[in-house]
Ligand binder design. Structure first.
Ligand code: PLP
Length: 431
């Protein structure tokens, strides 16, 4: 094939070929911890990073490598590092950039778990996070200081269906000599490829739409290969000699693969958050149908959002695919194929009505996940976001009346009918 294959073709084929020894057409699950060396010289060159190959599955594994290549191909990136979870991907993405006392600037509107990870747990490493309102790119510029190493936001922010002006934010980050990291979990590369808009690193919770079936927790870091890690002097981990590898300089030795090689040779080696071959296999199977699923997810989500917007028990709907959304223009520009399938709405009757709604659904599942083929619903204030203070809840778009829905690929009339009966119950008891 001369030209770059289309998205759907890459989703089925990128990174994979029939197994050379058995002819197996599907990527095998290489359920092995370790790999036999040809001889001592071969082992030495692998350990010195002079030859690419397999040593131990904490660093690299052939099934996981296919997933890494596939997601990198879908994102238009240079390389990928698969991780045990989306949260592990966030640590792996920041690890080469950060050091004790350094900070990064992150959006206030993020997945609740990310706010906790960034704002609380990272303090243990003395990694500091400054939260800023990314609806105002100037606020991002003002939050960047001399020790800031990265800017972080979501392409389509969880839970509110929020779209930031990524191009402007990328320009601001690059103006300060630092990379933009975008969590593309909710949009997936089918709806948006952040690298095309200036992002340098993309992180995923593959747990969600990429695997798509709610059967495997996993994460991924994709590097664009475009950021110059040597220019500003801010990233010595990548630009300066690494003692554990005989003074090798990652940026000099591996060029546009430096971040990805470091992710395996140091990140996974020492942090240990590798993805299992079984989960990589399941996620690869999910990715094959990503385009088909996302089209259905988006069409169903739009219909459900339109239904909710007219419903008397609903006070507001925040879906970037609706003309009423303040993010409608940005969504049109950045997400022309659809605004995803996860959004929030407000129930009249506040906290109590929200709790009653999620306890009354029958087809929908009340649980803490998104991106499943099944429709899922949750009341963030009583679950995913309950660790946050009232101010953080408000800033994160997860106030007491907020319900989050992840619209599945079932028959849309059935999803709407279930919401209709559950909303009737939430109103009745609230009255
Ligand atoms: C779920 C999620 C994460 C965390 O991923 P895990 O796989 O659960 O660790 C991070 N960001 C977003 C946007 C998510 O939805």
């Amino acid at each position: 094939m001369a030209a770059t294959p289309g998205f759907e073709t890459r989703a089925v084929h990128a990174g994979a070929s029939p197994d050379p020894t058995t002819g197996a057409r599907q990527t095998p699950i290489f359920q092995t911890t370790s790999y036999v060396f040809d001889d001592v010289d071969h082992a030495a060159s692998l350990f010195n990073l002079q030859t690419f190959g397999y040593i131990y599955s904490r660093l690299t594994n052939p099934t996981v490598a296919v997933l890494e290549e596939r997601v990198a191909a879908l994102e238009g990136g240079r390389g990928g590092t698969a991780t045990a979870s989306g949260h592990a991907a966030q640590i792996l993405a920041l690890f080469p950039l950060m050091e004790p006392g350094a900070d990064f600037v992150a959006a206030t509107k993020l997945y609740g778990g990310s706010i906790t990870q960034f704002g609380r747990t990272f303090k243990k490493f003395d990694w500091r996070c400054t939260f800023a309102d990314f609806d105002d790119p100037e606020a991002v510029r003002k939050a960047i200081g001399p020790k800031t190493k990265a800017v972080f936001c979501e392409s389509l922010a969880n839970p509110g269906g929020v779209v930031h002006d990524l191009q402007r934010i990328a320009e601001i980050a690059h103006g300060a000599g630092i990379p933009l990291i975008v969590d593309n979990t909710m949009a997936t590369p089918y709806l948006m490829q952040p690298i095309a808009h200036g992002a340098d690193l993309v992180v995923h919770s593959t747990t969600k739409f990429l695997s798509g079936h709610g059967h495997a927790v996993g994460g991924m870091v994709v590097d664009s290969g475009k950021f110059d890690w040597t220019k500003s002097g801010k990233f010595p981990t990548l630009s300066e000699p690494e003692p554990a590898y005989h003074g090798l300089k990652f940026a000099e030795t591996f060029g546009d693969l430096a971040f990805t090689v470091h992710g395996h040779a140091v990140g996974l080696r020492d942090l240990g958050a590798c993805q299992s071959p079984m989960n990589a296999f399941l996620t690869l199977a999910g990715i094959e149908t990503l385009a088909l699923r996302m089209d259905r997810h988006c069409a169903n989500a739009l219909a459900v959002a339109q239904f909710l917007e007219k419903h008397p028990a609903v006070s507001w709907v925040s879906y970037a695919g609706l003309p009423s959304s303040k993010y409608a223009a940005l969504a049109k520009r950045y997400l022309p194929k659809g605004a995803g399938a996860v959004f929030t709405f407000g129930v009249k009757g506040g906290y109590e009505a929200g709790v009653r709604l999620v306890e009354s659904v029958q087809l929908l599942s009340h649980l803490a996940n998104i991106g499943d083929t099944r429709s899922l619903v949750i009341h963030p204030a009583s679950t995913t976001h309950r660790q946050l203070t009232p101010e953080q809840l408000k800033a994160a778009g997860a106030g007491p009346d907020v319900v989050r829905i992840s619209v599945g690929i079932e028959t849309v009339a059935d999803i709407i009918a279930d919401l209709d009966q559950a909303l009737a119950k939430s109103v009745k008891k609230a009255a």
